[in-house]
Design a protein around this ligand. Structure first.
Ligand SMILES: Cc1cc2nc3c(=O)[nH]c(=O)nc-3n(C[C@H](O)[C@H](O)[C@H](O)COP(=O)(O)O)c2cc1C
Length: 274
C-alpha cells in the first residue's frame, strides 16, 4: 500500500524503468539516435544527488562514429590488460562498442572532496579523508544510475563500464578526449538498441537483504559463500537472464553446498560471524 493513490501510478512507472534497466553488451548494428534524446539523458544526470551539491562530474558524450571507434580502441586495450593481469574476471570483449549510438563518459573531479566534511585536527584527518572518497564515488554512482535509468526510459539500453577508472585507461581516455587526467572516467556507458531483450538478472531474495530495525546475523553472508561466488558462480550470476537461480536447470551443479544460502532467506542460519 502506498500513502495516496497518485503515488501508485508514479511508483509503478518508476519501478518499471528500474526493473527494466539491464546491463546489455550487445547492440543492433547501424542505428543512430537524435542528439535531443542524448540531451534528455544528460538532463537526468544533471538532477542526480551529489555530496554538498558539488555536482562533481562532467559528461563527455561521444556520438561521432570516428571518435567512438577511437574510444573502442582504448577499451580493447583495457580488456587485453584485464585478460593479462586480472585474476579470472569474466570480461566480455568490448568490440560491441562499435554498435553503440553513443558512449557517455562520466568524469569525476576529486578536487570537490574539499567541499565534503574535512577535519580540523590531524587526529581526525584519516577518518574524514576516507569518507570523502566514499562521498565522491557515491555521488558519481548516483549520476550513472540516473543515466542508465533515463536510457532505459528512452527505449534504449546500456551498460556500466568501470575500466576508465583504471589509471592507464583514464590516461588514454584523457588524451583522446582532451580532459585533464586529474579528472577520472569512473563510468563509461555504452548506449544502443538491444540486440536481444535481456529482461531479468539474478537478484537475492528480498527477505535476505532487508533487516528490520536491527541487523540479523543469520543474513550475514559467510566468507565461504563469497569465495564460492568468486571461484564458481560469478559469470553465471552476471550474465544469465533469470531473476531466480531456481530457474536454472543446473542449479545444483552451479551452487553446490551453497544452494540454500543463495536462494533462501538466511544464508547463515547459525548466525555466527567469522
Ligand atoms: C560500479 C559498477 C561497475 C561495473 N563495471 C562493469 C564493467 O566494467 N563492465 C561491465 O560489463 N559491467 C560492469 N558493471 C555491470 C554489472 O556487471 C551489472 O550491473 C551486474 O552484473 C548486474 O546486472 P544488471 O545490471 O543487468 O542488473 C558494473 C556495475 C557497477 C555498479
Amino acid at each position: 500500500m502506498l500513502p495516496d493513490s497518485g503515488s501508485e501510478a508514479r511508483f509503478s512507472s518508476l519501478f518499471d524503468v528500474i526493473r527494466r534497466r539491464r546491463s546489455v553488451r550487445r547492440f543492433e548494428k547501424g542505428r543512430t539516435v537524435a542528439r535531443g534524446t542524448l540531451e534528455r539523458i544528460a538532463e537526468a544526470a544533471r538532477w542526480a544527488p551529489t555530496g554538498a551539491n558539488t555536482q562533481c562530474f562532467d559528461l563527455v558524450i561521444v556520438d561521432d562514429p570516428e571518435m567512438r571507434d577511437r574510444v573502442l580502441e582504448v577499451f580493447l586495450r583495457q580488456s587485453n590488460r584485464l585478460i593479462a593481469h586480472v585474476k579470472g574476471f569474466p570480461a566480455v570483449k568490448k568490440t560491441y562498442l562499435a554498435n553503440t549510438v553513443a558512449i557517455l563518459i562520466v568524469l569525476g573531479d576529486p578536487r570537490w572532496k574539499a567541499s565534503f566534511p574535512n577535519a580540523t585536527d590531524s587526529e581526525w584527518e584519516d577518518e574524514y579523508r576516507a569518507n570523502n572518497e566514499n562521498i565522491l564515488l557515491a555521488s558519481i554512482g548516483a549520476v550513472i544510475q540516473n543515466v542508465q535509468l533515463a536510457v532505459t526510459a528512452c527505449g534504449l539500453t546500456s551498460a556500466w563500464l568501470s575500466g576508465g577508472g583504471e589509471a592507464t585507461t583514464n590516461r588514454e581516455l584523457a588524451e583522446l578526449l582532451g580532459y585533464p587526467d586529474s579528472l577520472v572516467a569512473y563510468g563509461t556507458i555504452p548506449i544502443g538498441y538491444p540486440e536481444k531483450d535481456v529482461t531479468y538478472r539474478w537478484r537475492r531474495p528480498l527477505a535476505q537483504i532487508v533487516h528490520w530495525n536491527r541487523y540479523d546475523p543469520a543474513r550475514y553472508r559467510p566468507d565461504g559463500l563469497i569465495a564460492h561466488y568468486v571461484a564458481k558462480l560469478r559469470p553465471f550470476a552476471m550474465y544469465r537472464g533469470d531473476e531466480d537461480m531456481e530457474a536454472w536447470d543446473d542449479i545444483d551443479e552451479k551452487t553446490g553446498e551453497w544452494r540454500e544460502a543463495y536462494t533462501g532467506p538466511t544464508p547463515n542460519p547459525s548466525g555466527r560471524i567469522e
